[in-house]
Design a protein around this ligand. Structure first.
Ligand SMILES: [Zn+2]
Length: 115
């Protein structure tokens, strides 16, 4: 029982915010402010002063934050945010749901018929 509880805690310990939440944070400062209010400042590294918004991570010093912003994980996260979050529309399309208008006919055919 005790081991199980420890395992489930470890699984959620490093859980960060999802891409859609981060996109909302970037879009509206109020959204981010509300999230930060849920955290106790005393529990955060560096008293919650150094926060990377795209990665949703706290850092203990300004130096660590700036070196993080030069690193690969940060750039990878920026790229993921640029690509956008996975939507219900994409999920439905992947499973075969949605509107299928058949194969798209290229416009070139008509021009060839006329000529
Ligand atoms: Zn970052």
């Amino acid at each position: 029982m005790g081991v199980f509880a420890k395992r489930s805690m470890a699984k959620t310990r490093r859980r960060r915010r999802d891409l859609d939440q981060i996109a909302s944070d970037i879009a509206s400062p109020r959204h981010l402010e509300l999230y930060k209010e849920t955290k106790d400042v005393e529990d955060l590294p560096g008293l919650g002063q150094h926060y990377c918004i795209p990665c949703a991570k706290w850092f203990d010093t300004e130096t660590n934050l700036t070196s993080h912003k030069k690193g690969k994980p940060h750039r990878r996260q920026l790229k993921q945010l640029k690509d956008g979050a996975f939507t219900h529309k994409e999920a439905n399309a992947a499973s075969g749901l949605g509107v299928d208008n058949g194969p798209v006919k290229p416009k070139m055919d008509m021009e060839i018929d006329i000529a």
